[in-house]
Structure formats: C-alpha cells, structure tokens
Design a protein around this ligand. Structure first.
Ligand code: HEC
Length: 145
C-alpha cells in the first residue's frame, strides 16, 4: 500500500510540473485572435458631461465672443480688425467642411497649428480637458437649422 501510494504521488507531482511549463508559454506568446484586450475605451466620448457643457458655454461667452460674437456669427466687437474674419458657425457650408478634429485642434493649439490665421489664439490651458469637445459640440450646435 505504501509503495503504490508513493508512486501515485510521484506521478501526480510530475504531471503538475509538466503541466505548468507548457501552459505558461503559449499563453504568453500567443499572437492569434485569442488575445483581444478589449478594455480600451473609445477615444472620444459621445456627449460632454453637463459640467463640461456648462463650462464650455461660460468659456465661450468670456473668451470667444469678443471675436466670434455671441451666436458665433464672427461679428464680436473685436472682429472689426480681423482679416480674415472668423467664419460664421451658423453656416451649413462651413459646418460641413470642417472636421470635429479640426475644431478641437484650433481651439487648443490656435489658428497657426492648422494653417489658419494666427489671430485665432491657442488655449493651452484647455488642452486635453473635456471642455474642448464640449466647445466643439457647442459650436456644432450653432449651425442654422
Ligand atoms: C482674438 C480673436 C479670437 C478669439 C478670442 C477666438 N477666436 Fe476663434 N478665430 C478667430 C479668427 C480670426 C478665426 C479665423 C481664422 C481663419 O479663418 O484663418 C477663428 C477661427 C475659429 C474657428 C474656425 C476655424 C476654421 O477652420 O474656420 C473656430 C472653431 C474657433 N475659431 C473657435 C474659437 C473658440 C472656441 C474660441 C474661444 C475659446 C475662439 N475661437 C476665440 C479669432 C478668435
């Protein structure tokens, strides 16, 4: 009885040792479709939070209205001296020709960063913050119905 028991133990032990090695390697080196790390969140949130939307509204009124005007028509008090003048955000044609990425980029990095007038200032303090997409949504919403 002792002897058989020992043999069984030895077999069990060697099985465990053998099983451990090959089990580790394929998992670590697998390159096939078996490794979908699906946890990456989508890069752009669909809609800004209520907080970001409120902040965008306030920021637009203080920082953007002087040039862009309260309704984004490009007729703010400081727009008189600007050449070229800002496009009217209500324009369906303008809305159609600019990408979301372009709008967010010009707000964060300024006109020069996208080949536009340097009179459109960068807003480095907003870069990467949720208020940038929120400003973009606000501007998209200024399109005339
Ligand atoms: C000092 C004046 C000034 C201020 C302040 C300003 N802009 Fe502008 N903005 C401009 C001018 C000028 C243009 C036009 C650039 C061109 O067409 O070359 C422009 C263009 C834009 C465009 C359109 C780019 C295009 O391709 O037509 C967006 C979007 C924009 N501004 C957003 C903003 C936002 C949002 C703010 C506030 C955070 C802001 N701007 C503040 C002057 C200003």
């Amino acid at each position: 009885m002792d002897k058989r028991h020992l043999v069984q133990l030895a077999v069990l032990a060697s099985c465990a040792a053998l099983a451990a090695c090959p089990a580790d390697t394929p998992a670590a080196t697998a390159t096939g479709p078996a490794t979908p790390t699906v946890e990456t969140p989508p890069p752009a949130p669909a809609a800004p939070s209520a907080d970001a939307a409120a902040e965008a509204k306030q920021l637009f009124a203080t920082r953007c209205v002087p040039c862009h005007g309260a309704s984004g028509a490009g007729d703010g008090p400081a727009s008189a001296g600007l050449t070229p003048k800002p496009a009217a955000f209500s324009s369906a044609e303008w809305q159609a020709k600019v990408s979301d990425e372009h709008i967010e980029k010009i707000i964060a990095y300024g006109g020069m960063a996208v080949g536009k007038s340097a009179a459109m200032p960068p807003n480095p303090d907003l870069d990467g913050k949720p208020v940038i997409p929120a400003l973009r949504v606000l501007i998209r919403g200024m399109k005339a119905p």
